[in-house]
Design a protein around this ligand. Structure first.
Ligand SMILES: Cc1cc2nc3c(=O)[nH]c(=O)nc-3n(C[C@H](O)[C@H](O)[C@H](O)COP(=O)(O)OP(=O)(O)OC[C@H]3O[C@@H](n4cnc5c(N)ncnc54)[C@H](O)[C@@H]3O)c2cc1C
Length: 409
């Protein structure tokens, strides 16, 4: 059995960026990446809106604010260096009702505190940028952009391969056995041994953490985000990225219009409970996943805290007319027959036992492991910086315990 220095569970953007960062920091280390699917970026990473976020929304000083703002720059630099298509097209966030203006001002101030370049503009000035938008005032965020994160991941994979990492697809981690000097990882493809384990399993990260004897406290609640796509003849309605003002108490941004890097325009996502962790259709149900959610008191406390939102989102999921009404708040000209259904994504949102969302990225370190237990949006944007932050967190452990082995290994 080969002894690895670092084993990373999960071949989404966080696992791959972490493997790349570990390989850059420890070129002599033996690195293993384990992914259960037959391709990379199969789940959250390959089913997102493709936005390079600016770092505007987040609590100043939080990991999300810092890693997203810096991650935005690193992502752009990475795309330039490796010839990946991207565009810093900017985005607008619009107030459609006078009652929203105080929230618009608060968001503007927050953006400035987070060091994001943005302007507060009149409705007419916003319409110079997005002619079909309904808005009385808005923000223009210069550093927001678009990219295909699957393409970014393929480049991470190429780099990890050049660094000598061992990348294993179709390999499901089934159990972890802790030893004094690391972990034995039991998978459907055999057993691996590692000194350090890094859990980047996204929708399954809480389960993997518990397998590794860590306690994430929170539980992952899978929240499906459904999308429509504008028919090609209606793409002229959206030039860049158009967002509503977000509800500051919710971890989602509200249905928005996104121009993807391939030129298609997506509308969504909403946010409804998925009865399967990787359930992309309304009919997808997994008994274990469903039972875990429905017997979790944190879930019911969350529903009790946001009853109106939960009901509105559910209605929007089953009624195209309700979905279209939300979109018409932003662009009144959009009609139901302009929209065709598009593949959904499922967010891994950690929810605490008291029903509150874990708002920030959550990294839990133990003696031989690092567990990424909450990495929702903007983790794709921030992926390069998350990888570096994990390496920095691990460095004291690695220096103390493993350098000798790394050099001799
Ligand atoms: C609808 C939606 C829209 C979003 N839009 C944006 C956006 O525009 N911009 C942005 O920055 N972020 C966005 N995000 C967030 C972003 O996509 C995620 O934060 C990011 O992809 C998380 O990456 P990850 O690697 O942690 O998770 P994932 O991509 O889900 O990867 C986890 C991997 O772990 C694997 N795995 C799980 N269990 C095991 C096991 N037992 N053994 C082996 N492998 C395992 C899975 O198969 C999976 O491939 C969006 C997310 C969603 C869902």
């Amino acid at each position: 059995m080969t002894q690895y220095t670092f084993a990373i569970i999960g071949g989404g953007i966080v696992g791959l960026s972490t493997a790349m960062a570990v390989g850059q920091r420890y070129p002599d280390a033996r690195i293993l990446v384990l992914e259960k699917e037959s391709g990379w970026a199969h789940h959250q990473t390959g089913r997102n809106s493709g936005v390079i976020h600016s770092g505007l929304y987040y609590q100043p000083g939080s990991l999300k604010a810092r890693l997203c703002r810096n991650g935005n720059r690193s992502m752009v630099a990475f795309c330039q260096q490796y010839g990946i298509d991207y565009e810093l097209c900017g985005k607008v966030i619009v107030a459609t009702d006078p009652a929203e203006l105080p929230q618009l001002d608060r968001l503007y101030e927050r953006g400035l505190q987070n060091g994001v370049k943005l302007d507060r503009l009149s409705g007419d000035a916003i319409r110079d940028i997005e002619p079909y938008v309904n808005c009385i005032a808005g923000l223009r965020v210069h550093s927001a952009g678009i990219v295909n994160y699957k393409q970014v991941c393929q480049t991470y994979v190429d780099i990890i391969q050049r660094q000598g990492g061992n990348l294993c697809l179709n390999t499901t981690v089934q159990n972890l056995v802790q030893a004094s000097n690391g972990y034995t990882i039991e998978t459907n493809q055999g057993t691996f041994s590692t000194q350090f384990l890094i859990n980047c399993a996204g929708l399954h990260s809480d389960r993997i953490a518990r397998m590794g004897q860590a306690d994430p406290t929170a539980k992952i609640i899978p929240i499906r985000g459904e999308y429509y796509e504008l028919k090609p003849e209606k793409r002229y309605l959206v030039r860049h990225l158009i967002y509503p003002l977000p509800d500051p108490t919710m971890p989602v941004l509200g249905v928005h219009f996104t121009r993807m890097i391939d030129g298609t325009i997506h509308a969504g996502p909403n946010a409804v409970l998925s009865l399967k962790r990787e359930g992309y259709r309304k009919t997808d149900i997994d008994l274990r996943d469903m039972t875990e959610v429905l017997t979790y008191s944190g879930f019911w406390k969350m529903v009790a805290a946001y009853p109106t939102t939960a009901i509105q989102e559910l209605i929007r999921s089953f009624s195209k007319a309700a979905f279209v009404r939300s979109l018409q708040r932003l662009i009144p000209d959009v009609q139901a027959n302009d929209l065709i259904p598009s593949p959904a994504g499922v967010r891994a949102q950690a929810v605490k036992p008291d029903g509150h969302f874990v708002e920030d990225f959550l990294l839990i370190r133990t003696a031989h492991a690092m567990h990424v237990c909450n990495a929702p949006s903007p983790a794709a944007t921030a992926s390069i910086e998350i990888g570096k932050a994990i390496v920095a967190e691990l460095s004291s452990l690695v220096n103390d315990r493993a350098v000798e082995t790394l050099r001799s290994g």
